[in-house]
Design a protein around this ligand. Sequence first.
Ligand code: PAF
Length: 286
Amino acid sequence: MRIVTTKTALRAALAPHRGASIGFVPTMGYLHAGHVSLMDAARTECDVVVASIFVNPTQFGPNEDLDAYPRDPEGDAEACRNAGVDVLWMPPVADVYDPDHSTTVHVDGLTNTLCGRSRPGHFDGVTTIVTKLFNLVQPTHAYFGEKDFQQLAVIRRMVRDLDMPLEVVGMPIVREPDGLAMSSRNAYLSPDERRAALVLSRALGAVRRAFEGGERRVATLRTILGDTLAAEPLARTDYAELLDAESLTAPSGPELGDARPTLCALAVFVGRTRLIDNTLLVAGAR
Ligand code: PAF
């Protein structure tokens, strides 16, 4: 595995591989099994695997956890090596953004809800950095986790709208044995908060069971979500929503239709840590 830190070194490392399939896994580091599943998929499907580790300042709001974001460059390099990554790119901020950087990539519509509403500017930071990373790596395939469902939808839309020549691959959420979705931010949780954080997967499980049992009333499914989340004193709900999984808009009537999948998405503060999780409700699927 080659580790590069500058754009120039990245371009040089990838020059011999142009024409081959390049699988790209962009990350912010502090890697866990969810990231490794993306690298495994890239390793299986592509000739060359590139990973990046860059804690992108422009996707953090002024009161968010940019400075506290967990970092472990040595451990991350080891995880990438074990996952069969060929080129690991770990740039400093100054090599990515010029001091007078003044361009933003903005996806409208899909970013107006869920995390886009709670974290103004967040998705502009994501789409702008992902565009830059794509332009530098020029991957044929790029891998993202479905835990960030809205991010994946926004990136797919950007790639389609701007005719970016690559395939976006979404990979299933990887969970701890007790159900907690893997996230670098889980590292912030105290032991009590770690127990309380199970309320997210518990709430999603309760809604899923009701849906699979035939419940389609939106108000009832919302009540199940709300009641489950409210029962955990260490949790404070940022949002708990049922939305059309493609358009990310509210259901059109009082009952969910079976023709289209519904996204059930949560963002919950456990102590000071904001966690997200989701599940897709698909009629007839188990
Ligand atoms: O999902 C992430 O880790 C980040 O949002 C991404 C896609 C690497 C952009 O900084």
